[in-house]
Write a protein of this length. Structure first.
Length: 314
C-alpha cells in the first residue's frame, strides 16, 4: 500500500485537469470545461508531464494525441475519479442537475432521426445537459474505451469496420433500431429502374462517411454480390443525397425512415431497388468498463426509449 506521506507530496488537484486533458485532447477546451484559464491548464500540463515523466499529449499535425503512457492511465484515472466522487459525494445521479455533455459518434442519418425524439426527454429530465454528435472515424472504438466518446450508434457491420469485433470483451452491444434501405429517384423514373442493368448503369449518389472506413453498408452488400454500380458522387452526409437526386437527376439508396422525413422537402420518388438489400440493423455500442456508470446508464435508457418510439412509428 502506498505511504500517505508520498501522497502528500502529490498535488491531487491535478487529477481532474489530467482527465479533461486526456478526454478533450485540447488545452483550451479543457480549460473551458474546468472553468480555468488556458495558461493555468498549460501550467498544470507541464507539472503533470514532470510528475509522470511522460509527454502525455503530443502534437500530430493540428491535433494532440495521447502517448502510450497516457492511454494506459485513462481507465485507471476514470476509476480513481469515480471512487473519489462516490466517497465525497455519495448521492444518486440527478439528471436535472447534470450540466455535462454526452458524446455520440454516429452518422447524420441517425442524428436526424434520434435527436428530435430524445430532445423531449432531455428537456423534461435533464434541461442543462448537452449532446454532442461526432463523425465516426477509424479510431472511434479506441475513443470509446478511453471515455472520449460515450456511445457509438451504427449498422451492425460497424463492429468490423472500427475493429471492435476482435475486442468484443471490452464493449457492450445492443440492437436499437431496424430499418430498410429504399431507392429514391426523380419523379416518374422509378418504372425504368426495376431492371438490374438499368439500375446499375444509372449515375448514383452514395455515402462514404469517412475515408478511413469502408464506404457504406450499401457498398459492402454490392461488393459481396460482386455487383458494381455507377457512382458519380460519394458524399459524407445522407442529407446531401435527396438534394442530388432532385437537382442532379441521380438515384440513391437511403434508409426508409429518413426518406420519409426528406419527402416533404424534396421532390423524389421512392422505389424498391432491384438489389436485395437486407434490413438495416442499428446497434448501440458502449464501453463495458462503464457498465456501472449510472449517468451513462440513464442516457442509454433515454436513447433506447427514443428508438422504441421511432420503431413504433415505422
Amino acid at each position: 500500500m502506498i505511504e500517505v506521506s508520498q501522497l502528500r507530496r502529490v498535488n491531487l488537484n491535478r487529477l481532474p485537469v489530467l482527465w479533461e486533458l486526456l478526454r478533450c485532447r485540447n488545452v483550451s477546451v479543457a480549460a473551458t470545461n474546468l472553468g480555468l484559464t488556458q495558461s493555468t491548464v498549460s501550467a498544470a500540463l507541464k507539472d503533470l508531464r514532470d510528475q509522470f515523466e511522460d509527454e502525455l499529449l503530443v502534437a500530430s499535425g493540428r491535433e494532440l494525441v495521447l502517448t502510450d503512457r497516457a492511454q494506459e492511465l485513462v481507465p485507471r484515472l476514470r476509476a480513481t475519479l469515480e471512487l473519489v466522487g462516490a466517497l465525497m459525494f455519495d448521492q444518486p445521479y440527478n439528471p436535472s442537475e447534470d450540466r455535462g455533455t454526452f458524446r455520440i459518434a454516429t452518422a447524420d442519418y441517425v442524428s436526424a432521426l434520434l435527436l428530435p425524439e430524445v430532445a423531449h426527454d432531455l428537456a423534461a429530465q435533464a434541461p442543462h445537459a448537452m449532446v454532442q454528435v461526432l463523425h465516426p472515424s477509424i479510431q472511434v472504438a479506441k475513443d470509446l474505451k478511453l471515455g472520449i466518446v460515450d456511445l457509438i450508434i451504427g449498422p451492425e457491420q460497424m463492429i468490423d469496420w472500427i475493429g471492435a469485433r476482435t475486442q468484443e470483451q471490452f464493449y457492450c452491444l445492443e440492437t436499437c433500431f431496424v430499418d430498410s434501405l429504399i431507392g429514391i429517384c426523380p419523379h416518374g423514373e422509378a418504372g425504368h429502374l426495376t431492371d438490374l442493368n438499368s439500375y446499375l448503369k444509372r449515375p448514383h449518389a452514395a455515402i462514404h462517411i469517412h475515408r478511413e472506413l469502408p464506404a457504406s453498408l450499401e457498398y459492402d452488400i454490392l461488393l459481396s454480390q460482386q455487383i458494381h454500380q455507377h457512382n458519380r458522387f460519394l458524399v459524407p452526409s445522407f442529407a446531401l443525397l435527396p438534394m442530388l437526386v432532385e437537382q442532379a437527376g441521380l438515384i440513391s439508396v437511403i434508409p426508409k425512415s429518413i426518406a420519409q422525413q426528406f419527402a416533404p422537402r424534396y421532390r423524389f420518388e421512392m422505389f424498391e431497388p432491384p438489389v436485395p438489400f437486407p434490413p438495416l440493423t442499428l446497434k448501440l455500442l458502449w464501453a463495458r468498463a462503464r457498465q456501472n456508470d449510472v449517468r451513462l446508464r440513464w442516457f442509454l435508457d433515454r436513447i433506447a426509449d427514443a428508438f422504441r418510439r421511432l420503431q413504433a412509428k415505422l
